[in-house]
Design a protein around this ligand. Structure first.
Ligand code: EPZ
Length: 417
């Protein structure tokens, strides 16, 4: 419900602040049930996915208050271990509760999380890892029933560096008996954020950010107060919007170390970038150049979550770029909408050939997923004429008030029903 109406062609300029990371707060909210006490979290963004996670925490017995950018979770009375189907379907990230519920209640009962528009999103690595920790798992009738009287530390080797599986297994093993080693772990900054949050609770975890994470089980965890990192994907989205509109903007509270892969590609495109500890300034005063190749990879490679946004900016670049999506099996759907705006993009399986055109033309387009939707907004900002992007609800999952942030940079964008 809800659409964005954009009158394109306005050069973005000025400063924008980045909100807290969606992919940090979701696993960290799940982790709040581990201390059977109080967790205070700062710098929390107002996103649909955060509201969905709060609804699930309240459903299982937590008391949650969300004022300004601060969330307080009281997890003393977590009694239920079942996450109802409709809540699982609202947001597949509820899968993060699996590990935390097992650690807390020694059982969990959830429905199979749905796939989504970017791929079928299996959870086999989560379940294989939990079995290594001694969890009995029964998968039938679309439900997953997990029981683990005693969670014992173990060595787990992930076939793929899955972000969610790494985070679920960290949470499942913080109260286990003995030591757990997760090998081939994902290395995303949000995993380090989760480790720092859990250690602030009294857990004993080291190695997040590397491919080997060691968790020494402890008996109990304590109350905690913590502030999450800024959202690198939101920061990168703004930088791509600047490239699309030949703008000059400063993204504040963006940790440059988390944006290196994108920064190097934007420089290849001819943009001028200046970085400080917590800001990235970008100036693109001419038509961007194409890049030979972009291949999405697990961190620290080019992030799949910024693939749609940079493809949007490349659609008006001088030359042809080849973009390969190695993480998800269906993450180029949004390109059909860009073609409606005049882009010249051919997709063959996991490869998109992006032949830059002079200009996109405004059109009515439909967002079907979060980052694809962000790519359509970027396209509308640079297009000639008016673009209406339907499916605002997808974009609201990961961007807090995106129209206000972009208007602050000089964009002509409004939300319409
Ligand atoms: C997290 O999803 C992020 N979501 C995604 O961000 C992000 O795209 C993804 O990591 C990769 O970086 C959150 O953190 C809430 P994965 P996740 O497990 O954990 C396969 C966004 O836009 N796989 O690392 O689901 C899977 O099919 C979202 O903010 C298995 O095969 O990603 C995929 O191909 C989109 N079996 C690949 O691994 C498993 O058990 C990466 O998935 C698990 C994953």
């Amino acid at each position: 419900m809800g659409k964005f109406k954009i009158n394109g062609g306005k050069r973005l300029y000025g400063e924008v602040e980045v909100h807290g990371a969606k992919n940090s707060i979701l696993p960290i909210l799940a982790a709040t049930i581990l201390n059977e006490g109080i967790s205070v979290i700062h710098n929390v963004p107002r996103l649909k996915d955060v509201e969905a996670m709060i609804e699930i925490l309240e459903h299982i017995g937590c008391k949650v208050s969300f004022k300004g950018k601060d969330i307080v979770v009281d997890a003393k009375d977590v009694k239920d271990s079942e996450i109802p189907d409709h809540l699982m379907r609202t947001m597949r990230s509820s899968i993060f509760l699996l590990g935390a519920l097992i650690a807390r209640n020694k059982r969990a009962f959830i429905s199979f999380p749905g796939g989504c528009d970017i791929g079928h999103r299996p959870i086999d690595l989560h379940l294989k890892g939990l079995k290594r920790l001694g969890v009995k798992i029964d998968e039938s009738y679309g439900y997953i029933k997990c029981e683990g009287k005693k969670i014992k530390g173990s060595e787990i080797h992930l076939d793929l560096p899955s972000v969610g599986a790494t985070e679920n297994l960290m949470m499942a093993s913080v109260l286990a008996e003995g030591i757990t080693i997760i090998r081939n772990a994902a290395k995303e900054p949000e995993i380090e954020d989760l480790q720092n949050f859990l250690n602030a609770m009294g857990a004993k975890i080291k190695g997040a950010g590397t491919n080997t994470i060691v968790i020494e089980g402890v008996k109990k965890l304590n109350d905690v107060e913590y502030s999450i990192i800024p959202d690198r994907i939101v920061a990168g989205t703004y930088l791509c919007a600047a490239a699309m509109t030949r703008g000059e903007i400063t993204v504040v509270r963006a940790l440059k170390d988390h944006l290196e892969p994108l920064i190097s590609k934007l420089k290849e495109m001819g943009c001028i970038l200046k970085t400080g500890n917590d800001y990235v300034k970008i100036n693109c005063d001419k038509r961007p150049k194409a890049v030979d190749m972009i291949v999405t990879q697990p961190y620290p490679g080019f992030p799949t979550d910024l693939q749609p946004q940079i493809v949007s900016a490349l659609s008006i670049a001088e030359g042809t770029s080849i973009v390969t999506e190695t993480i998800f099996d269906n993450r180029f759907k949004y390109t059909e909408e860009l073609v409606r705006m005049g882009a010249d993009i051919k997709v063959e399986g996991r490869v998109a050939v992006v032949k830059g055109v002079e200009k996109l033309m405004g059109a009515k387009v439909v967002a079907k997923d979060l980052r694809g939707g962000a790519a359509l907004i970027i396209a509308g900002l640079g297009a000639e004429g008016t673009t209406v992007v339907e499916g605002a609800e997808h974009i609201d999952r990961g961007y807090e008030n995106i129209e206000k942030a972009l208007r602050g940079l000089g964009a002509d964008i409004v939300r319409i029903m």
